[in-house]
Each structure stands twice: as structure tokens, then as C-alpha cells.
Write a protein that binds this ligand. Structure first.
Ligand code: 3HC
Length: 280
């Protein structure tokens, strides 16, 4: 059996990470607390693999082999044999701390990587008896398409842990950059304030959502405009990242736009709820 990697959380990011690992030849155990999200994740992975086969990026046989390397579980203990466990659970500090403290006990030999976009890796490592094996491995949505992984080093992370995650990133066909453990890391610190500023433009009535997005697509060659991107990321996630930047740097330039907050309060979270700056 090939090297076994665990993925925690069957949401959008966990699905994408599991798919890319399986396509890259790893044996993958995808964990979630219930079987329904796991079934939905497998359906989404099947659709994504089928699209790659249609586009002749992958052969039928390769797709089938990738699927065979992928299993699901609702039992955290089955991840104990994984060389690396990548956590992509919801962005709630208490939940992630509990998971890391459980994994620290259940999987004493695994490297524990978190896909967190906003929490301090140093704080997560601090709940573990062996904090030197805790590291950030931050992927970008859609994971099968975007090449970057930010590797975030907690204060406690060892060189061996960082090197192992660099090798894993390369084996997944991705490119890594190393970033210190600071609010927003690199990409979100640059990207999400731009989105927030686009929401200010909209709130001020300076331009329509469509025109703001067209401006950035055609004027700055972005693949999608900031408001469409906010809908893809999730408005709740964008707001949470702005809060982390605001708290972390105590600088008014990171003030979340009131319209962004109101939309989150209304439950208009973007694609995942069918409504954000656009309707889906
Ligand atoms: N899964 C797998 N493949 C996908 C996909 C998905 N969810 N979405 C798109 N693709 C593939 C398509 O199949 C297509 O493949 P092809 O080149 O072989 O035809 C390719 O990606 C391009 O897709 P489309 O032609 O459908 O559409 P676009 O050219 O408009 O690309 C996009 C769509 C890839 C989403 C592109 O618009 C894009 O890269 N947008 C920016 C996304 C971005 O900035 N993400 C980062 C968000 S920040 C983040 O994730 C961090 C977190 O912490 C918040």
C-alpha cells in the first residue's frame, strides 16, 4: 500500500485535498463526523474526476485507481497509521483545538497539518504534547486547480516537519511558499482586504457588482472579480479573515465593511447558500 495520508473534514477544501492526494498516488482516509457529508464528498470527487477524464487530462484507469486509493471513515482512530493528517474542519478554534489534542494522543507518529486560513498555528501546536510536528498547510479553492500551498511554521514547528510537508506538497504537484505564523499569512492578507474594499465600493454605490468585477477582470487580469470571488470563498469566511486581520494588527485599514457583515447576518454567504453578491 502506498503512503497513507488522512484528511479531516469532507467540505469543499477537504474534498479537493483528498482528491489531489489520491490522484497523486497516496492512499487517503477521509474523515468526517457523519456519513452524509462523506457521501456528498465522494459524489463531488467522482464528478471532478469525470470532468478530468472528459477533458482527457486523466485516463479512465487512472481515475479508477485514484478512487480505489480513497476511503472514508467516521472513526478518528483509524487515522493513527497516517504519516500526515491534514485537518480541513470548519474554522472554529475550539473545534480545531479539540481535534488536535485528540490527534496528539491517537496518532503519536503522524505529522499534524492544518489547512486553517485564520487561526494561529502556534496556538494549535500549544495544545499538543509534541508541538514540533504541527504545521500549517494552506490550500486554495478550487484545490484541484490552484497550485499554491502556503506552509506555515508555528513557533514550535521543527525543520523536519517543514521539510516533510514541502516534499508532500511537491508530490501533490503543487508549489509551496514558506510563511511565518502571522494573521492572514500572505495570500489572504493581500486578497481579502481587496475583496473588503470592493464591498465598500458597492456599499457606497460607486459601481454595480458586475462593473466592479468587470473592472478587476479586464483592468487587472484577475480570473474572476472580487465580489464573485467572495461568493466562491464564502462571505462568512471573508468576514472571519477580516476580523482576524483587524484583531491581529489593530489597524483600521482592516475594518470589515458593514455591508459584508450585514450580508453574513442575513445568511447570504455566497454560492454555498445560493445567494451572495450574485444569485446561484
Ligand atoms: N474542481 C476542479 N476543477 C475545476 C473546478 C473545481 N471546483 N473549478 C474549475 N475547474 C477547472 C475547470 O474544469 C477548467 O479546467 P480546464 O482548464 O481543463 O478546462 C479550469 O478549472 C478553468 O475553469 P472554467 O473554465 O470553468 O472557469 P474559469 O476559467 O473561469 O476558472 C476558476 C474558474 C479556476 C475558479 C478561476 O476563475 C480562478 O482561479 N478564480 C480565482 C480563484 C481564487 O482566487 N481562489 C483563491 C481563493 S482564497 C482561498 O481559497 C483561501 C481561503 O483561505 C479563503
Amino acid at each position: 500500500m502506498s503512503e497513507q495520508i488522512g484528511v479531516i473534514g469532507a467540505g469543499t477544501m477537504g474534498q479537493g485535498i483528498a482528491q489531489v492526494l489520491a490522484q497523486s498516488g497516496f492512499t487517503v482516509s477521509l474523515f468526517d463526523i457523519a456519513s452524509e457529508p462523506l457521501e456528498r464528498a465522494l459524489e463531488a470527487i467522482d464528478r471532478s474526476l469525470a470532468r478530468l477524464v472528459d477533458k482527457q487530462r486523466l485516463s479512465e484507469a487512472e481515475s479508477e485507481e485514484a478512487r480505489q486509493r480513497l476511503t472514508t471513515t467516521t472513526d478518528l482512530e483509524t487515522l493513527a497509521d497516517c504519516s500526515v493528517i491534514i485537518e480541513a474542519a470548519p474554522e472554529q478554534a475550539a473545534l480545531k483545538e479539540k481535534l488536535f489534542s485528540d490527534l496528539d494522543r491517537l496518532a503519536p507518529h503522524s505529522i499534524l497539518a492544518s489547512n486553517t486560513s485564520s487561526l494561529s498555528l502556534t496556538g494549535l501546536a500549544a495544545v499538543c504534547e509534541r508541538p514540533e510536528r504541527v504545521v500549517g498547510m494552506h490550500f486554495f479553492n478550487p484545490v484541484p486547480v490552484l497550485k499554491l500551498v502556503e506552509i506555515i511554521r508555528a513557533e514550535q514547528t521543527s525543520d523536519a516537519t517543514v521539510e516533510k510537508i514541502e516534499q508532500l506538497t511537491e508530490a501533490m504537484g503543487k508549489i509551496s511558499v514558506r510563511i511565518a505564523d502571522s494573521a492572514g499569512f500572505a495570500v489572504n492578507r493581500l486578497l481579502v482586504p481587496m475583496i473588503n474594499e470592493a464591498v465598500f465600493l458597492l456599499q457606497e454605490g460607486a459601481a454595480s457588482a458586475e462593473d466592479i468585477d468587470t473592472a478587476m477582470k479586464l483592468g487587472a487580469a484577475h480570473p474572476m472579480g472580487p465580489l464573485a470571488l467572495a461568493d466562491l470563498i464564502g462571505l462568512d469566511v471573508c468576514l472571519a479573515i477580516m476580523e482576524v486581520l483587524n484583531d491581529g494588527f489593530a489597524d483600521p485599514k482592516y475594518r470589515p465593511c458593514p455591508l459584508l457583515r450585514r450580508m453574513v447576518d442575513a445568511g447570504y454567504l455566497g454560492r454555498k447558500t445560493g445567494r451572495g453578491f450574485y444569485s446561484y
